[in-house]
Design a protein around this ligand. Structure first.
Ligand code: GLU
Length: 474
């Protein structure tokens, strides 16, 4: 069975790249009916931020990326947390020491600092590799602080990544990295490998920045005689300026995007398309369960993708359009003062954000008589004079407006236009302008009349006619 894991370090910030990794991990597993595990990699206490685990946890919950196992706390599973599993790692490191693929290092911090003084990235010089068994035993007995280092063998390491293909690294480039720190805790790299094995992870999905660490991991797997998981490294996501996404640069996290009014499903849909292309057709809208059906690793691209707020905004609008009416009512209610279902359907397909509703509907409660100039519209062939004729014709026919529903209103208006030798556009534009007072509205004349009702519509019409007559008399 395919088992994947999302293994974030709790830094307090889930950027879009992290979330995409989680999403692809989830999709890889679910596509094959497999399992998805959440593991918090917090052994690097210096990087720990208060509340960071909650950020990860909430993000995944809202995004619908629910993990399938973990400590049982009654209710949804807790994630695995490495700092709670401290006891597991040392014995594995000692096993490697016994095998000769890792060694104790007692070098004091001063010595290592000296080593890095001239070259920060200098590899460890293997000073402690030559210690005799007696020296080591004596140091351990005396309680001299130590770390355990991986002994990188000579040669080359080759591995295959599902996205980047075959990669070969000269082992010479790899440092004898620390596996167990002097506080007894594993380094992030070591804990990562041990836990992937203990949790029976079959597919590792992560950012391409880990490509260069992968050979070190593979050498550890080899030392233990464990099977190497399948690797799926993901291309970078760049911000709109073409830079790597980062909190420091102010790039939006998942939480920020939610706060800006993006819908979780739209964000997930958009993120899925950042670096992955669905098979063949041009379809771009996918729910999470649809993604499970179509996701395939072969669609992941090697080249970086760019976060495009405009595209996400478009997608957000599409999600409002396809949203079920009841759900939309719940979300939009705080922005719509009158409980009129027409208003909901009027804005549902015309917004990218709920906050746009207020402005779209402000002609209802914040009505101002339009400036006369607004009646002039070249394409509609309308001028203030024509508008006055059209509005007067409508007013004169007031008794014929018996059925105040959109289609009937449209019919009545266009009949009046024909009888008065007006074009449809001339009466419709004039009425729309007179009733809304605005150059742009989310609907046409008949819909406007429908939502305003007969009294309000004719009241506004009367006032508009008054103003146009006054202007004409000047
Ligand atoms: N803990 C690593 C991170 O924060 C994840 C590395 C991995 O997935 O192997 O990105």
């Amino acid at each position: 069975m395919i088992r994947t894991r999302f293994a974030p370090s709790p830094t307090g910030y889930m950027h879009i790249g992290n979330l995409r990794t989680a999403l692809y991990e989830y999709l890889c597993a679910k596509r094959e009916g497999g399992q998805f595990v959440l593991r918090i990699e917090d052994t690097d206490q210096e990087r720990y931020t208060e509340g960071a685990v909650e950020v990860i946890y909430n993000t995944l919950r809202i995004a619908g990326l629910v993990h399938d196992e973990g400590p049982d706390i009654g209710g949804p599973y807790a994630p695995y947390v490495q700092s709670e599993r401290k006891g597991h790692y040392l014995e594995y490191a000692k096993q490697l020491v016994e095998q000769g693929t890792a060694y104790y290092c007692f070098c004091a911090k001063e010595r290592l600092d000296e080593l890095h003084k001239e070259n920060e990235t200098a590899k460890y010089d293997r000073h402690c590799l030559s210690l005799s068994a007696e020296d080591i035993a004596r140091n351990l007995e005396r309680g001299v602080p130590y770390v355990i280092r991986q002994l990188i063998p000579n040669g080359k390491t080759t591995f295959v990544d599902a996205v980047y293909g075959e990669i070969t690294v000269d082992n010479d480039e790899l440092d004898d990295q620390v596996l167990i720190k002097s506080d007894g805790l594993p380094t992030y790299n070591f804990a990562n490998v041990i836990d992937d094995k203990l949790m029976e992870i079959t597919h590792v999905v992560r950012g391409s920045e880990y490509l260069s660490s992968t050979p070190k991991y593979n050498l550890l797997y080899k030392s233990f005689g464990w099977e190497i998981p399948k690797y799926i490294h993901l291309p970078l996501i760049l911000n709109e300026k073409g830079e790597k996404l980062s909190k420091r640069r102010g790039d939006a996290s998942f939480e920020d995007l939610l706060a800006q009014g993006f819908l979780p499903d739209a964000i997930i849909n958009y993120i899925a398309l950042l670096g992955w292309a669905p098979p063949a057709d041009n379809r771009e809208i996918f729910s999470l369960s649809e993604l499970i059906g179509v996701f395939d690793v072969s669609g992941i691209s090697k080249s970086p993708s760019k976060f495009d707020t405009q595209k996400l905004t478009w997608l957000n609008g599409e999600y409002f359009k396809k949203m079920d009416e009841d759900e939309f009512r719940k979300l939009a209610a705080p922005y719509i003062q009158k409980d009129n279902p027409k208003l909901y359907s009027m804005v549902k397909s015309r917004i990218s954000f709920l906050t746009e509703i207020t402005e779209k509907l402000d002609f209802i409660d914040n009505f101002n008589l339009p400036d006369t100039a607004l009646y002039t519209h070249k394409k509609m062939k309308t001028t203030p004079e024509i508008a006055l004729n059209a509005l007067e014709a409508a007013e004169a026919a007031r008794d014929r407006f018996t059925d105040f529903t959109n289609d009937k209103l449209y019919e009545t208006l266009t009949n009046i236009a024909a009888e008065n030798e007006l074009k449809n556009s001339q009466i419709l534009w004039s009425i729309r302008t007179a009733l809304s007072g605005k150059p742009v509205t989310p609907c046409g004349a008949s819909e406007l009349m429908e939502v305003l009702g007969k009294d309000e519509s004719f009241d506004r019409l009367g006032k508009a006619i008054g103003k146009l007559r006054q202007e004409a008399a000047k």
